[in-house]
Design a protein around this ligand. Structure first.
Ligand code: ZN
Length: 359
């Protein structure tokens, strides 16, 4: 670590840029906030000055509003120079939804992790019937009622509506890769759990991290088991990622996928681990008296009413916590009448103790 490293002069308290307009917030780094049609009503994209052109990090969800903003930005703030490369941090539609669209529009190559590309391709190429069948089988196994299943079925392949056809060829991003963009060197640091191989970009000299959704301020990255990967254990992956990022200097400036830039990534990850430990113990306590399904645990884990969009995330997150506990012998899973329920075997869990266990 260079001795002359100092925090970049990012203006506090990080005023929001106007949506749809690339706004230079550090030398050569433009914050481009786009609108989302959800309770989480925005996503942060980043445009980097690459000397003779631009590099775009994340493209936003496939909506008319975001397409319109891109078309305007490309003919105004970004006009006159080519897009040299598009980087997708991870496969989620709010980040990668317009990757294929934009790549074609500006004739730029796409760089992303192969595991992210595979999952985006797999889910977005399911027919509505395939998508609904896969989702229904998984959610029914975890106890979701027929009425909600029927409502979700009406949405078809909602993923495909939010993500344009992903590119057919891409440059592979992997942990440790170094990308020279403008005058900066950015190293790929891979996070897991929120998505299979989430690419964060770390600039050591300036102590900057393009964090995507791997670590967010104030909100908790969703950690979900997906119907397309029902045997995954994403909470283990996410908690293992604490080690991946623990070496980052505490004054690292994180440029996140949602909300505003912040410092203190290691502390934020420790807070997130505490949050999950709390939820794990809440899940164990709820399964002491009688076996519970993931759906039955949603009110225990989330103290708010939910629309269908949120129920999908909440159920995936509940399954992630139950899977984590069952794999370690804290819960015993059993299937009856087609529904998986979990009974407590050991009533409390400490993540500090878990970390001492040989893996
Ligand atoms: Zn995400």
């Amino acid at each position: 670590m260079p001795d002359d490293r100092s925090p970049p002069p990012f203006p506090a308290p990080f005023p929001l840029p106007p949506q749809g307009h690339p706004t230079e917030v550090l030398d050569g780094i433009f914050w481009l906030q786009m609108p989302l049609p959800f309770a989480l009503n925005h996503v942060n994209l980043w445009v980097l000055d690459d000397g003779d052109g631009w590099v775009i990090i994340d493209t936003g969800m496939s909506t008319d509003a975001i397409k319109h903003h891109w078309e305007t930005a490309l003919t105004t703030a970004l006009a006159g120079r080519p897009i040299n490369r598009i980087i997708a941090t991870h496969f989620h539609p709010d980040h990668a939804g317009l990757t294929g669209y934009l790549s074609q529009l500006v004739d730029a190559p796409v760089a992303m992790a192969p595991d992210e590309w595979r999952l985006a391709t797999h889910i977005s190429t399911r027919s509505p019937a395939e998508f609904v069948a896969g989702q229904q089988a998984f959610f029914a196994q975890h106890g979701l009622d027929q009425e909600t299943l029927d409502r979700l079925a009406l949405r078809g392949n909602v993923f495909r509506e939010r993500i344009e056809p992903i590119v057919e060829t891409f440059e592979s991003l992997a942990e440790g890769d170094v990308l020279a963009i403008g005058g900066r060197q950015w190293r790929v640091v891979t996070g897991r759990g929120h998505s299979p191989a989430h690419a964060c970009l770390w600039c050591e000299v300036e102590n900057l991290l393009v964090a995507g959704d791997q670590v967010l301020p104030k909100i908790t990255p969703n950690i979900s088991v997906l119907w397309a990967q029902p045997d995954a254990d994403p909470l283990t992956d996410f908690l293992d990622t604490l080690n991946t990022f623990a070496w980052l200097p505490p004054d690292t400036l994180a440029l996140p996928g949602h909300r505003t830039p912040f410092r203190g990534v290691p502390e934020r990850l420790a807070e997130l681990a505490g949050h999950h430990e709390h939820r794990l113990n809440a899940a164990l306590a709820a399964c002491v008296d009688a076996p519970r399904s993931a759906t039955e645990l949603i009110p225990t884990l989330f103290d708010r009413a939910m629309d269908d969009h949120q129920i999908v995330f909440a159920l995936g997150e509940a399954v992630a916590h139950l899977t984590y506990l069952a794999r370690r012998g804290y819960l015993l899973a059993s299937d009856e009448d087609g529904v998986r329920r979990y009974a407590t075997e050991r009533p409390t869990i400490s993540l500090a103790d878990e970390r001492k266990q040989p893996s």
